[in-house]
Design a protein. Structure first.
Length: 78
C-alpha cells in the first residue's frame, strides 16, 4: 500500500507543479511501465530469478529518480 500511496502523492505533486494532468499521467505511466519492462529484461534475457528485499525498495528509488528527472526536463524546457 505504501507504493500506491507514494505513486498517488507523486502524481498529485506532478499535476500541481506542472499544471497539466496530461503531463502528470504520462510521467506516472512512464514510471509504472518501466517496472514490467525491466522485469522482462532481467528474467527473460538475463535469466535472473533472485528477488530480495532490496528489489522491493527499488520501487521507491525509481519513483524518486524518475520524478526528479521529469521536473528537471520540464524546468529546462521552460
Amino acid at each position: 500500500m505504501y507504493a500506491f500511496y507514494s505513486l498517488t502523492f507523486v502524481f498529485c505533486y506532478l499535476w500541481y507543479h506542472l499544471g497539466s494532468i496530461f503531463l502528470a499521467v504520462v510521467g506516472i505511466s512512464i514510471i509504472v511501465f518501466s517496472f514490467p519492462m525491466t522485469s522482462c529484461i532481467a528474467n527473460g534475457i538475463f535469466g535472473v530469478t533472485y528477488f530480495g528485499f532490496l528489489h522491493i525498495l527499488v520501487v521507491f528509488i525509481v519513483l524518486g529518480i524518475a520524478a526528479d528527472d521529469i521536473f528537471v526536463f520540464i524546468d529546462g524546457w521552460r
